[in-house]
Ligand binder design. Structure first.
Ligand SMILES: Cc1cc2nc3c(=O)[nH]c(=O)nc-3n(C[C@H](O)[C@H](O)[C@H](O)COP(=O)(O)O)c2cc1C
Length: 188
């Protein structure tokens, strides 16, 4: 394996649940073995809206934040993208993080996980198109986590561990597919 799996938390709101889900999904994947995982929280990464003067496809980056992001993605064996659904789409933070780079995504084994009140099926479909355009190799199993009735009065998840446990079969299936994609790429 060429590097850690990057687990990207896509929501950046001040009060959100992506971090809670991310923490428990990472734990589930780590317990399943097979990989080291590095969590990348887009809120902490804090990329500005794409501010590179040249097309990312040229790879001629000017800014340190872009070079760091490029190194992190290029050095990873695979990525997991955890995205919320906003108004039937994915958040601008996720699109921005993807748009910053280009060649780094090519042939990258990837697993997409959406969540939302209704599970985020629509944003999942939309983001699949974008990830396909940049050439990622996507695990086929769809993971759409329904969060209806899961919130407490503080707008956080009452029991994120229980939600991830409820979804663990499909999450592990998708994770194993991702491992197969990584192994397949390593053999080439
Ligand atoms: C601007 C906005 C739009 C939303 N639109 C949808 C939607 O279209 N479908 C859905 O299932 N949930 C929708 N929701 C509910 C979110 O998916 C839910 O609040 C989720 O917790 C958001 O992830 P986050 O808390 O990590 O930001 C929306 C939430 C926000 C803030």
């Amino acid at each position: 394996m060429s590097g850690d799996v990057l687990f990207i938390v896509g929501s950046v709101r001040p009060v959100r649940v992506g971090d809670q889900l991310g923490e428990h999904i990472v734990k589930l994947f780590e317990d399943a073995g097979d990989a080291r995982i590095t969590m990348v929280d887009l809120r902490e990464l804090a990329l500005p809206f794409l501010d590179e003067p040249k097309m990312p496809a040229l790879g001629k980056y000017e800014h340190e934040h872009t070079k760091r992001w490029s190194d992190q993605v290029a050095g990873s064996s695979a990525v997991v993208i955890l995205t919320p659904e906003y108004n039937w789409g994915y958040p601008a933070s996720v699109k921005n993080a993807v748009d910053y780079l280009y060649k780094e995504w090519k042939d990258k084994p990837a697993l997409l996980i959406s969540y939302g009140g209704g599970g985020g099926k629509r944003c999942y479909e939309q983001l699949l198109q974008v990830l396909g355009r940049v050439g990622m190799q996507l695990a086929e199993t769809r993971v759409n986590i329904v969060l209806r009735d899961a919130y407490g009065d503080d707008d956080r998840l009452k029991d994120a561990a229980a939600i991830v446990d409820r979804e663990s079969d499909v999450l592990i299936k998708a994770w194993q597919e991702l491992q197969a994609l990584i192994a397949n790429k390593d053999e080439l």
